[in-house]
Design a protein around this ligand. Sequence first.
Ligand code: NAI
Ligand code: MG
Length: 357
Amino acid sequence: MQKKIVLLPGDGIGPAVTEAAASVLQQVADIFSHTFTFQEKQIGGAAIDTFGEPLPADTLQACKEADAILLGAVGGPEWDRQPPHLRPEKGLLQLRKGLGLFANLRPVKTFPSLLSSSPLKQEIVAGSDLLIVRELTGGLYFGTPSERRDEGQTVVDTLHYERNEIERIVETGFQSAMLRNKRLASVDKANVLESSKLWREIVDEKRKDYPEVAVEHMLVDSTAMKLITNPTYFDVIVTENLFGDILSDEASVLTGSLGLLPSASLRADALGLYEPVHGSAPDIAGKDIANPLGAILSAVMLLRYSFGMEKEADAVEAAVNEVLQSGFGTQDMQVKPESIVGTEKMTSLVIEQLMTA
Ligand code: NAI
Ligand code: MG
């Protein structure tokens, strides 16, 4: 297959981890006889410095024409004092909006060899393997009005959803459950919020189309508890923007390392934006110590969701597992001191493993 991939390295450790993931994708192309073309574009602080804006029109255009997009991270202290429209993070928000990416998928899986690095009890966390599907473009973060009134003494934020916005994310939730263990927890606050009541109605309508999926309605507060007391309870969680933001950050501590976590932002067709969950980590940039696995596992999601390349995705995932089983890790992963490797070494270990498989 022939596929166009746009690379958006961004800032801090973004370029190093993006390069790592791209070299793994190139290896996949070589092994499985695909042709991947890579086009690199600017976003975030790097784009502000060169073009005076965090998302140049040329970058957005290239992304629209791509089959998939792989992003590193944006931001850093250099740009912290800029006005809001000149913040690196704005570039990412504009990109998601410009491409209509409404579904954010964050899988969280504990690797057996890394259990000791989780802050939670090993026996609770062991075997956790869940996926959070979060609505990304509606709800409280985008509702208007959002303002201060009465000389700042009154504040208003608006939680706004249209039926079709809920329908499409719920649909993504069911489809994701079908690809996994067919269990879906729909998370809301239907005992209080009107938006949650509509959410629940829509889930109950849609479940008729997916009779194989076991659906459970859960309230967000009890979900938050259950995520840390019994994380293996969950398969797929689908929820709205604010709840998903909080629950996905909570779930990310299960693995013990931010550097390992991938994400995907999707819309109804195959185009997707893939990026590690971590930020630009300015404290470790340029030192060849950043963990590239979050970016590499994001490339695995890219193969699976945008290209439909299941066996290719499985092969990379197996290679990562194998490297971790051998005890290797980057400095953020609490492996034995003699098994700590840098970004480039970790990447070449994965590639070597991929070649021998
Ligand atoms: P961060 O995720 O960049 O770093 C948090 C901590 O985790 C740091 O100690 C860092 O060294 C470590 N870390 C992160 N990724 C790592 C990796 N791959 N390997 C090893 N260690 C890793 O979050 P922080 O410090 O809050 O933000 C730094 C900058 O990144 C800020 O400008 C922030 O706005 C931006 N940011 C960007 C995101 C994105 O591009 N999607 C997401 C989160 C933050
Ligand atoms: Mg967050």
